[in-house]
Design a protein around this ligand. Structure first.
Ligand code: ATP
Ligand code: MG
Length: 466
């Protein structure tokens, strides 16, 4: 382990602590010295002070390769927590707040071990994704989900606080669990807490615990979520439902790494990673005064937005078949979907997203004999609503053909490239859609082999796209 700190006293006491934990230790008091030490022997772990006389500590890890080969743990004063948050974004694994105590250090060191394992596991998941269309427990191979997997792979092994947003049923809890499973904390508990489901009178003691006799009914000492999840991850679900007074306390926990039980003046250290989730727009919750802006800022170190199911293209079919297989396996049956049923699934909006799909599959399974026909699914699946979603403006006097082209291409994009669904939404046959797409393709290709090496024909309407 390399310890980089310009405070001589801190440096020697840390070196002693760490070597007692069984690490071989090198020390450096500046960037320059650190570079020398790293050239002599590449460290597995670096304990890093950010404020060094000749620059910012993270400069040592600007190189992506350097970052991948080493675990960086920041040592930071209270005053420089802001820059630590930036460093977590850059890939630091965790941070310790000065003055560092033995317990805190031990907890982090025990978790830091073997990042190579995690990295190879993430690599493995990527392969699985390519062959099976799944990432751990998450199913889906659409472009929108691949972006989500990339973000998960990047942020999971770090200590960064993640804010997951997305409509109801898009898989926020499943993503939080996946983040936990791919972190060093995976052997410790993962505790989801629904902030909207606990009564406001109890929520503080549920979170932080209470001492015996601290209020009427507190018959014995009680450990809160933060203590029960020690070393693990707490998911604060529906974060904007948390009472405002408690948000202040949570903010203090995030800033100081400590909290107090109800009825106690003693500070307890927290060693949990916090993940927050919300199915509402958090900025709007701030505007409505339901969520504190400073808390949102702290939680949104790494924002992760889950796409609604209607933007995941063919994932609908993949998921539907997966849920059906699950039931078939449990019931020892072999029911299948009629193609027309899957078409309906593809054309529907899914306001309740994956959860709604799962429920619909279950109901359809019960209603069907061997083949699940369209009549086994609820009638609203035959209708699509066109009142939500993106739109574009049309200048009066535009050519109808140009507007049609834009509408068709935009709708197709909105459906994640699923032509059946786009055709249903547009109210045209699949054949017409294919014909149009073929025309557009032909228009954008040069008409004669020896024509000028020209630009594709200018599209007078598309250029105004918003
Ligand atoms: N990508 C996915 N692959 C497989 N199953 C999924 C996926 N996404 C969600 N699910 C399943 O769908 C259901 C809903 O997911 P989850 O509870 O994580 O959603 P949520 O976003 O937390 O919803 P809410 O906002 O209502 O709390 C769960 O049964 C979950 O296992
Ligand atoms: Mg949820």
């Amino acid at each position: 382990m390399l310890i980089v700190d310009d405070d001589e006293h801190a440096l020697s006491s840390l070196a002693e602590l760490v070597s007692r934990e069984g690490f071989s230790v090198a020390t450096a008091a500046s960037l320059e010295e650190a570079r020398k030490r790293m050239a002599e022997r590449w460290p597995d772990v670096v304990l890093l002070d950010l404020l060094l006389p000749d620059g910012n500590g993270m400069e040592l890890f600007e190189d992506v390769k350097a970052r991948a080969a080493t675990e960086v743990i920041l040592i930071t004063g209270h005053a420089s927590i802001e820059s630590s948050i930036d460093a977590l974004r850059l890939g630091a694994a965790d941070y310790l707040i000065k003055p560092v105590n033995v317990r805190q250090l031990r907890a982090i060191l025990s978790r830091v071990a073997r990042p190579a394992d995690l990295k190879s596991e993430i690599g493995l998941l990527r392969d699985e994704l390519r062959s099976l269309g799944r990432f751990g427990r998450l199913l889906g191979r659409s472009a929108a989900m691949q972006r989500v997997y990339d973000q998960i792979a990047r942020v999971a092994p770090t200590a960064a606080t993640v804010l997951i947003t997305g409509e109801s049923g898009t898989g926020k809890e499943l993503v939080a669990q996946t983040l936990h499973d791919l972190s060093r904390r995976r052997k410790q508990p993962f505790l989801p807490v629904n902030c909207g489901a606990i009564s406001p009178q109890l929520i503080e003691s549920e979170m932080f615990g209470h001492e015996k006799g601290s209020f009427t009914g507190a018959l014995r000492e009680h450990k809160g979520y933060f203590e029960r999840a020690a070393g693990g991850t707490v998911l604060l679900d529906e974060i904007s439902e948390m009472p405002i007074e408690l948000q202040v306390k949570l903010l203090r926990v995030l800033e100081s790494g400590t909290f107090m039980r109800v009825g106690s003046g003693r500070e307890v250290e927290v060693d949990v990673r916090i993940i927050a989730a919300s199915n509402r727009d958090p900025d709007q919750a701030v505007a409505e005064g339901k969520l504190r802006e400073d808390l949102l800022y702290r939680l949104r170190v790494f924002p992760l937005e889950l796409p609604p199911l209607r933007e995941r293209g063919d994932d609908v079919v993949l998921l539907a078949n997966h849920f059906l297989e699950e039931i078939n396996r449990a019931e020892s049956t072999n029911k299948t979907f009629a193609p027309a049923t899957l078409e309906r699934f593809c054309a529907y909006d899914w306001p309740g997203n994956v959860r709604e799909l799962k429920n619909v599959v279950h109901r359809a399974y019960i209603m069907a004999d061997d083949v699940i026909e369209p009549r086994c699914v609820p009638p609203e699946l035959g209708r699509t609503s066109q009142t939500t979603g993106p739109y574009f403006q049309v200048r009066v006097g535009s050519k109808v053909a140009d507007v049609e082209r834009r509408l068709i291409l935009a709708t197709l994009e909105q459906c994640g490239g699923t032509k059946e669904k786009a055709a249903t939404m547009l109210g045209i046959s699949l054949k017409t859609l294919y014909n149009r797409l073929r025309e557009y393709q032909a228009q954008s290709e040069p008409s004669a082999p020896n024509a000028q090496p020209s630009q594709p024909p200018a599209d007078p309407v598309a250029n105004e796209a918003h």
